[in-house]
Write a protein that binds this ligand. Structure first.
Ligand SMILES: *C/C=C(C)/C=C/C=C(C)/C=C/C1=C(C)CCCC1(C)C
Length: 243
């Protein structure tokens, strides 16, 4: 029982000594647990933080369903093309970027332009990636360029654009720590995803199983830890209020 798709197709069961399949299951369960946690914790945080915590739960909830689906595809075919992940990414990445606006807005009034720029920037990024990966663009390189441009734009917005400047106005220690942790996730945590595209389309090949495991593991940080950072700043702001 190795990594072969044929072996899986014969039984239609998940071989538990198969690390790729197990990683799908582990992340699915992690996403489910995180979703239940965020939805239950929602009522423990101050009213102005509830939307942020709800959205954290939506992100892991969407990922949970997509992981169940991808796991099934993988068990049946021995493959799980990155393209399936776009169903999740198309919804969760815009939600994650909107989280920056939501946590800023939980603390003080911020211009709604921030919301729209983060939303539209992330949609452009993801749609470009999808079209490139699905073969709708004349060259995969074009998709890559659109995604990189979108991503750089988003980084600019949260570091030095209006969102970044609005965050600087905040002197609350828990908020500052959380905001910079979220920035790190979007900078460093996200930097793993292009590897699959670069090796898969631009240079000619990457081992599918390794790529799946890598994406599964980074999603753990990029979705669950991302939500936990938001939950923790929500909790500490709630505590500070009731004291
Ligand atoms: C929860 C899922 C997350 C945070 C997914 C993030 C995905 C990316 C940041 C993907 C980025 C890509 C590039 C930077 C270039 C090539 C195409 C992508 C879409 C894989």
């Amino acid at each position: 029982v190795g990594f072969s798709g044929a072996a899986n197709a014969e039984t239609m069961l998940l071989a538990l000594d198969n690390f790729v399949g197990v990683s799908f299951w582990l992340i699915s369960m992690g996403m489910l647990a995180a979703t239940a946690f965020f939805f239950m914790e929602r009522s423990s945080v101050a009213a102005n933080w509830r939307t942020s915590v709800t959205v954290a739960g939506l992100i892991t909830g969407i990922a949970f369903i997509n992981y169940m689906y991808m796991r099934g595809i993988w068990v049946q075919t021995g493959d799980a093309k990155t393209l399936y992940r776009y169903v999740d990414w198309l919804i969760t990445i815009p939600l994650q970027m909107v989280e920056f606006y939501l946590i800023l807005a939980a603390v003080r009034k911020v211009p709604s332009g921030i919301f729209w720029r983060l939303l539209i920037g992330s949609l452009v990024m993801l749609i470009g990636g999808y079209l490139g990966e699905a073969g709708y663009l004349p060259a995969p390189m074009l998709g890559f360029i659109i995604v990189m441009a979108g991503w750089i734009y988003l980084l600019y917005e949260i570091f030095s654009g209006e969102a970044g400047r609005a965050a600087e106005k905040n002197r609350n220690k828990a908020f500052v720590t959380a905001f910079s942790a979220l920035r790190m996730i979007v900078t460093v945590g996200w930097s793993i995803y292009p590897l699959g595209y670069v090796f898969g389309y631009l240079t000619g090949g990457i081992d599918t199983n390794s790529l799946i495991v890598i994406y599964n593991l980074v999603d753990f940080v990029n979705k669950i830890a991302f939500g936990l950072v938001i939950w923790s700043v929500a909790m500490s702001s709630t505590g500070a209020r009731s004291k």
